[in-house]
Design a protein around this ligand. Structure first.
Ligand SMILES: NC(=O)c1ccc[n+]([C@@H]2O[C@H](COP(=O)([O-])OP(=O)(O)OC[C@H]3O[C@@H](n4cnc5c(N)ncnc54)[C@H](OP(=O)(O)O)[C@@H]3O)[C@@H](O)[C@H]2O)c1
Length: 326
């Protein structure tokens, strides 16, 4: 594990992924004193001067960059300026200030939305920049692509001279403790957990699921994502370089299998204990028929997920119940 003196900054530690990374680091024996965190009130990562001062003083050795402005389709399509500006600024500020203060190791968290809308499935890393992006979250995706290219450019310019080794991982859809259960802005798993739970509590006979139920999606439990992030961060430089290219360096993090929305709804109904009917509102749009990452690169680097979908959903439901006091 990490030597005791290794100071690790987890940016975005109150978010779903950042909090899981902090839990995993602690469970692997990293002393609490070596895990550095700042709330947004303490350090606004869009404030370049504040970020520079923080890095100049905090003596950070490694950075997990899990802070980002994240949102669903509605937020992305109504506030595109905020999504591109905030994410570009956080990435540029953190990566450059980390470099200026001598940080050698950094891991950027991106997203599978970096790939073209019509990318061949499953999506390999080399699908990046081969086609047009999904328009609804294009500004967010462009910021994430810029993040990958920032890491690569610092590696290419300062890798040999300064020992810079900045990596990036692209997660599939994540779920688990700390998820957002607000029905206006949530992703499909937290939305369905809540809908089925509330229907069960209220004794409602049916739950309406948007779309036909046929699109296939991939889901990864957030603790697995945190474990994968630490795995990638801790790979030897030679091993990372053998499996990546200087200008194609990001690594997909997927579960490796997908499920139809109808299958997902059945599993969630079972986990929640909802025994009524599931009805599909086919007037609602389905979105793309399939979204699945090719995680061969990560698998060949020795990592596989540990938590199956049903088990992960049980744990996520327990988290939901405790968050609503059920
Ligand atoms: N969730 C998913 O399904 C998913 C899938 C693929 C990729 N990812 C990626 O994983 C990363 C983390 O996502 P998440 O789901 O953990 O998001 P999240 O729960 O919304 O957490 C994001 C964190 O970033 C912090 N943050 C945002 N703007 C900040 C600023 N200006 N200064 C300081 N902190 C700021 C937030 O602080 P506050 O608590 O103050 O808001 C929050 O703690 C993102 O890069 C995202 O693209 C997530």
């Amino acid at each position: 594990m990490q030597p005791a003196s290794n100071r690790i900054f987890v940016a975005g530690h109150r978010g779903m992924v950042g909090s899981a990374i902090v839990r995993q680091l602690k469970s692997r024996g990293v002393p609490e004193a070596d895990i550095v965190t700042r709330t947004r009130a303490e350090l606004d990562l869009t404030n370049q001067a504040a970020v520079r001062t923080f890095f100049a003083e905090a003596q950070i050795d490694e950075v997990y960059l899990a802070a980002a402005k994240v949102g669903g389709i509605l937020a992305n399509s109504t506030r595109p300026a905020e999504f591109i500006y905030t994410n570009l600024t956080i990435e540029a500020n953190v990566i450059d200030a980390a470099f200026q203060s001598g940080v050698k190791k950094l891991l950027l968290l991106g997203s599978s939305c970096i790939y073209p809308k019509l990318a061949e499935q499953p999506m390999r890393e080399d699908a990046l920049l081969t086609g047009t992006l999904e328009p609804t979250n294009e500004p967010y995706a462009i910021a994430k692509i810029a993040g990958i290219k920032l890491c690569e450019s610092y590696n290419r310019q300062y890798g040999e001279s300064h020992g810079v080794d900045y990596r990036s991982v692209m997660p599939t859809n994540l779920y688990g403790p700390g998820d957002n259960y607000d029905l206006e802005t949530s992703h499909v798993i937290p939305a369905l957990l809540r809908k089925f739970h509330e229907a069960k509590e209220a004794g409602v006979a049916e739950v309406v699921v948007w779309g036909t139920g046929t699109p296939r999606r991939e889901f990864l439990y957030v603790e697995d994502m945190a474990a994968a992030s630490i795995h990638v961060m801790e790979l030897r430089k030679t091993e990372y370089e053998e499996h990546t290219e200087p200008m194609l360096s990001h690594i997909n993090v997927g579960y490796g299998d997908d499920v139809s929305i109808a299958e997902l709804a059945e599993i969630i109904a079972g986990v929640v204990g909802f025994s009524g009917e599931i009805v599909y509102d086919t007037d609602r749009p389905d979105g793309t028929p399939q979204k699945l990452l090719d995680s061969t690169r990560l698998n060949s680097l020795g990592w596989r997920p540990q938590v199956g979908l049903e088990e992960g959903l049980r744990r996520a439901y327990a988290d939901y119940c405790s968050s609503v006091g059920a």
